[in-house]
Design a protein around this ligand. Sequence first.
Ligand code: ADP
Length: 195
Amino acid sequence: MKYYILFGPPGAGKGTQAGNMVETYKLKHISTGELLRAEIKAGTELGIKAKELIAAGCLVPDEVVEGMIESVFNTTTGVEGFLLDGFPRTLPQAKALDEMLAKRGEELTGVISLMINDEVIKARIAHRAAIEGRADDAKEETIQNRINTYHNQTEPLIDYYKAAGKYHEIDGDGGPGLEGIEVVRGRLTEVMKNL
Ligand code: ADP
């Protein structure tokens, strides 16, 4: 099985690109953000706890997302691999993932990082707020907190995966509009060819 991580700051286009990738490579897409939003919508206990943290631009506890990932690994059949989007976001999550894979006799195939700068992040999220209506996209303070959380807690993963020889970075800014999405898709395809 293939295990890919689609990495990058909030608004980097992970969800958008994941849609294409899962079809092309017959992968199961696991977005922890989407799974958490589904829990909130369903009004589960987990969702109730996660709601405030997400609205504040903070991360939910590591164990919560680790459990979600493991349960999808254990219940998915008929795919050639997994595409992780939004996970791992902390070093303990990355280590937990390594352990989960080792337990399955598997290892990470590669990390593909979509890199954009903070100004592009803000512009993308402002644009998305109008389209998707996500509560955590609406408030400037929340967006800034998510950017800070990314720099403080998630960015250190870059060195972790570089040290493991798994890190592949591409420019996540392909220019405006649908054409830009296609440009980034082309860059992703080039990296995937070598994984
Ligand atoms: P984005 O990439 O635009 O920030 P996501 O949909 O990936 O959006 O995540 C939305 C929110 O869900 C995050 O800001 C965080 O609060 C929570 N979340 C998602 N994935 C994780 C994770 N791996 N660990 C902790 N919290 C997470």
